[in-house]
Design a protein around this ligand. Structure first.
Ligand SMILES: CC(C)=CCC/C(C)=C/CC/C(C)=C/CC/C(C)=C/COP(=O)(O)OP(=O)(O)O
Ligand SMILES: O=P(O)(O)OC[C@@H](O)CO
Ligand SMILES: [Mg+2]
Length: 229
């Protein structure tokens, strides 16, 4: 593996579908965040992915692509691919179907650079919640049981509590953290302050900050980094 991803505390998620000036990209890349994920559910194209990758390259921060579709599984110029499976969807395409098509059509996947992620999607209004028709009305115990399946049964290396676009319930993340021992527990959704970063980082191993970069800027991102490192 190219980087020590298991020790990351803070990850920044940038969306190829949104624009940032290079000065802001530079502040993000030098903020102390442990890695930059290039990721979005909707409107990610080879072109806008390559454009964003060029903007973030060259700062020494690890780069990860998180594809929403096999066509987004591009390794050029990045260190790793984090590939989601959504566990709480009734539609198996998002669990293993797209993955089967990926393996069918690409005979040369560099597996040593692939890290599977078990997503538990909890905001039904998010793009990822709508697209996957995730069943989000779950108690902390029910979420923790998905986390247990992900780790103990499927041996996913990452369990990802995803509230994309909204701040989640710390009790849910706490319950998942009590279940997970070996997997790295990710939390993402609505972190837009040092306080929220610190609160979720009590339970999650790695926190993800996305929209706050676009909505509040690099200063807020730096405050979230400082809160967890
Ligand atoms: C098999 C391969 C290579 C890919 C398929 C991977 C799968 C099943 C993805 C399903 C879940 C998904 C769409 C993940 C994308 C990552 C993600 C959650 C991005 C954030 O999404 P939002 O913030 O909701 O969307 P926008 O930012 O586009 O609005
Ligand atoms: O954009 P936000 O709400 O910060 O969520 C981060 C990330 O989990 C989205 O996939
Ligand atoms: Mg987003």
């Amino acid at each position: 593996m190219h980087t020590d991803w298991k020790n990351w505390r803070h990850v920044t998620k940038l969306d190829p579908d949104k624009h940032l000036d290079q000065a802001i990209v530079e502040e993000v890349a030098t903020s102390g965040t442990d890695a930059i994920l290039l990721s979005g559910t909707l409107n990610v194209t080879p072109e806008n992915l390559a454009d964003l990758r060029e903007q973030v390259q060259g700062y020494g921060v690890p780069l990860v692509v998180e594809p929403a579709d096999p066509s987004g599984a591009v390794f050029d110029g990045v260190d790793m691919l984090f590939v989601p499976s959504v566990l709480n969807t009734p539609d198996a395409r998002w669990v293993v179907g797209k993955h089967q098509q990926w393996v069918l059509n690409d005979p040369a996947i560099p597996w040593e650079r692939v890290v599977p992620e078990a997503y538990i999607v909890l905001n039904p209004a998010s793009a990822v919640g709508r697209v996957t028709r995730a069943v989000c009305d779950l108690s902390p115990r029910e979420v923790a049981a998905y986390a247990g399946c992900a780790e103990r049964y499927f041996h996913f290396p990452i369990v990802y509590i995803e509230y994309s676009g909204t701040y989640g319930d710390p009790a849910v993340v706490q319950a998942a953290s009590e279940m997970v021992e070996d997997a790295v527990l990710y939390y993402g959704g609505g972190i837009n302050s040092a306080e929220r970063a610190a609160e979720m980082a009590q339970y999650a191993d790695t926190i993800v900050v996305g929209n706050a970069v676009y909505e509040k800027g690099a200063g807020t991102l730096k405050a979230t980094v400082k809160a967890v490192q």
